[in-house]
Design a protein around this ligand. Structure first.
Ligand SMILES: NC(=O)c1ccc[n+]([C@@H]2O[C@H](COP(=O)([O-])OP(=O)(O)OC[C@H]3O[C@@H](n4cnc5c(N)ncnc54)[C@H](OP(=O)(O)O)[C@@H]3O)[C@@H](O)[C@H]2O)c1
Length: 246
């Protein structure tokens, strides 16, 4: 074989390997997104806990998990909204599930908020935790123009809530050797986003936290995943919720 022939064969082999691995990745992603049968979340435990559960993505998680037969703990700020969601879920469900509500403003003082939540979750076989609660800006804004209150709330709702809820629920999951934790991040957590700088940074925390923790607790049978919500901005703007997450 000539020198050129040998070099060309190597190039073809490298190219073919690259294309093959790309095709495998695309096929795996398509399978995971559209073809893989859904898991039964009850295999992780009897209860699912959803934060920020009365609206948007959290509400949809709560409804879908209830529809799969899980008992649900709904956590958010407004008692009347929680009561309405509880009623709606129980009315829709045919499988005799339980729904518990916890009224908490999760932007409050963490040393007070989370012991109260922990107490109300005591003794439950929690299989799924959806750390969904989170806020962004009222509108895109320069970081320097944000008030300190908004920055503190971003950190408490988008980061502290995830740390604290995970610390409450994870030990039980590790003991039982089963559990799933989903942390709602954002597309802007995967790419620095000017004018949403602090929001984007909190969501990057959620992403890194989830991926690091996933490795730490895999051995305990606990599955951790970031959910990079992206479509919902368009969905909210157009009001077309059905297609994206209902
Ligand atoms: N929607 C999007 O376009 C989008 C895109 C990317 C990522 N995300 C992420 O997805 C998650 C959910 O967003 P969403 O737009 O679906 O939310 P949403 O529709 O605004 O709903 C927020 C939920 O959180 C609760 N909540 C708000 N502040 C709270 C507080 N201080 N303490 C306790 N509960 C509180 C609300 O209940 P009350 O009203 O009773 O407080 C409500 O149930 C967030 O983490 C967000 O960053 C959203």
């Amino acid at each position: 074989m000539s020198l050129c022939g040998g070099a060309c064969a190597v190039c073809y082999a490298v190219g073919a390997f690259f294309l093959l691995s790309l095709a495998v990745r695309v096929l795996k992603a398509v399978y995971a997104a559209y073809l893989r049968p859904a898991e039964d979340p009850k295999k992780y435990g009897a209860w699912a806990v959803v934060t920020g559960a009365t609206d948007g993505i959290g509400l949809e998680y709560a409804k879908q998990l209830a529809a799969k037969g899980m008992n649900i703990v709904l956590i958010s700020r407004t008692a009347s909204k929680l009561a309405d969601v509880k009623k709606e879920i129980l009315a829709a469900d045919k499988r005799d599930i339980e729904v518990k509500v916890i009224v908490e403003d999760m932007s409050g003082e963490p040393t007070e908020v989370y012991p109260r939540i922990a107490k109300q979750l005591e003794g439950l076989d929690i299989g799924v935790l959806v750390n969904n609660v989170g806020i962004s800006y009222e509108h895109p804004e320069f970081f320097a123009a944000l008030d300190q209150e908004r920055i503190d709330a971003l950190v408490r709702l988008n980061i502290v809530s995830i740390n604290q809820m995970t610390r409450i629920v994870l030990p039980g999951m590790q003991q039982r050797k089963r559990g799933a934790i989903v942390n709602v991040s954002s597309g802007s957590g995967t790419l620095p986003t000017a004018l949403l700088t602090a929001y984007s940074a909190t969501k990057a925390y959620v992403d890194f936290f989830s991926r690091g923790l996933a490795v730490e607790v895999e051995k305990d049978g606990v599955f951790v995943q970031p959910h990079h919500a992206t479509k919902c901005t368009i969905v909210q703007a157009t009001g077309v919720r059905l297609q994206a997450y209902e």
